[in-house]
Write a protein that binds this ligand. Structure first.
Ligand SMILES: Cc1cc2nc3c(=O)[nH]c(=O)nc-3n(C[C@H](O)[C@H](O)[C@H](O)COP(=O)(O)OP(=O)(O)OC[C@H]3O[C@@H](n4cnc5c(N)ncnc54)[C@H](O)[C@@H]3O)c2cc1C
Length: 399
């Protein structure tokens, strides 16, 4: 039996646990505490019970042999035959992790007429590419993919399975995790192998980004995680071993959905891929000063990014917002003006190569991640940078 267990012999019916429960999951029956379906296994009642009458029992390994699970697998998402960039980012991370696990990096590529893409996957670190090419896999039909991947997990037993936190990845990964009875950590920002246990340490922002939670999955397999596009770096590095393995389509019941036509939505211009970003926060003071930011971005050939308060007050569009609830960016150069560096903002800029930050507060958190720190007024510095760049451009007659 698993779940919250109340030892009725030890329970004295004091009711302290009932008061401690925020979920109304405990009630008194025949002078003994009893648990109902509201229980989320938070454990507060265990700490509150003065008689040690409550415990949580968890099913151990779900009947599987952990040692049977090997290698790091990456689900390669394709749309219309084109591989999503996040897949390369995940392969690069998988290659890094595989060194510590001394295992193979396996890319799983499903689609129609897709095998020509395998070389690109080797270039980013895949040792083996598992391919299945069928017309039905052309459209990313969730129910087909979930059944297929469920079968892959049962047959090949990946130790770690990574997915991009795209709309599609977010939709299929939890369903697969539920089917194979394992855990899934969504939107990880850091993935590392724990030196002692060899487990995958999966770090993600929690409680509105106010703390970083480190999650492990010690007793179930695969260890599954999704990672948002742009969080990890895609690094080209070919592996020596290259193997292509074809997987047959498992027998899957007819999908309940039929795609009649694919209408590709025009992608909103995103700052995620920008190489240079001039980013601005509340320290800019007034909306009219944003014109200075736009001008500097223009002179540098970059795009404008903003912190969330500027979106909240309607000074900027959400598509320009950087951070946990905005875009994750990884520019070569990021210049920030009047941004404090709240954890939710920092969550979006960890991939930036060089950060120059301007802030009047010498202790601003943004300075902990900046490569170049300028303590000063952002409007003055903006004007000065614009004037210098304009003069330089005049000389060179560029802009
Ligand atoms: C669930 C959740 C999700 C969130 N998601 C995001 C997100 O995706 N992105 C995001 O940005 N925020 C997000 N936030 C908000 C976040 O917590 C911060 O409130 C926000 O990032 C602060 O923005 P800011 O740095 O522009 O403003 P402030 O924190 O007010 O900082 C302004 C900075 O400007 C400096 N300054 C003032 N005057 C000047 C001047 N003249 N010259 C130079 N510097 C000056 C100040 O010293 C200060 O450091 C989220 C919050 C929550 C709870």
């Amino acid at each position: 039996m698993s779940g919250l267990i109340i030892d009725s012999d030890a329970c004295r019916g004091c009711g302290i646990c009932i008061k401690s429960c925020s979920y109304e999951a405990l009630e008194m029956k025949d002078k003994k505490a009893q648990v109902n379906e509201n229980c989320v296994l938070c454990g507060m009642c265990i700490e509150s019970c003065p008689f040690d009458a409550i415990k949580i029992e968890k099913e151990k390994t779900n009947g599987i042999e952990l040692e049977d699970y090997k290698d790091i697998w990456v689900f390669i998402e394709q749309n219309d035959g084109e591989i999503e960039p996040v897949s390369y980012e995940l392969l690069s991370k998988a290659r890094e992790l595989s060194k510590e696990r001394n295992c193979s990096v396996n890319a799983l590529l499903l689609g129609e007429d897709i095998s020509k893409e395998a070389d690109k996957l080797f270039a980013y670190g895949a040792n083996k590419v598992y391919i299945s090419e069928y017309e039905i896999l052309k459209d990313n039909l969730e129910e087909i993919y979930v059944e297929f991947l469920d079968k892959v997990v049962l047959d090949y037993k990946p130790e770690i399975f990574l997915f991009g936190a795209t709309n599609f990845g977010r939709s299929i990964a939890p369903r697969i995790a539920a089917r194979v009875k394992t855990g899934l950590t969504a939107d990880c920002t850091i993935l590392e192998i724990d030196e002692e246990s060899g487990l995958l340490n999966q770090t993600r922002p929690a409680f509105g980004g106010n703390l970083m939670a480190q999650i492990v999955c010690p007793e179930h397999r695969p260890q599954m995680a999704t990672v948002r596009p742009g969080v990890m770096e895609a690094v080209k590095k070919e592996t020596n071993t290259k193997e292509v393995i074809n997987i047959d389509m498992p027998s899957i019941k007819e999908p309940s959905i039929k795609i009649l036509e694919n209408i590709i939505e025009k992608k909103a211009e995103s700052i995620s891929d920008a190489e240079i970003i001039v980013s601005v926060g509340r320290g800019i003071g007034s909306q009219k000063n944003l014109a200075l930011v736009e001008r500097l971005a223009e002179l540098l050939g970059g795009k404008v990014g903003v912190s969330r308060p500027l979106v909240d007050v309607g000074w900027a569009d959400q598509k320009n917002q950087i951070g946990q609830t905005g875009s994750i960016v990884a520019p070569k150069l990021l210049v920030t003006f009047g941004i404090s560096g709240a954890i939710q903002h920092l969550a979006g800029i960890s991939g930036a190569e060089t950060i120059i930050s301007i802030n009047t507060d010498k202790d601003a958190a943004i300075f902990t991640v900046a490569n170049y720190k300028v303590v000063g007024d952002c409007v003055e510095i903006l004007k000065s940078m614009i004037s210098k760049l304009e003069k330089k451009c005049e000389k060179e007659q560029v802009v």
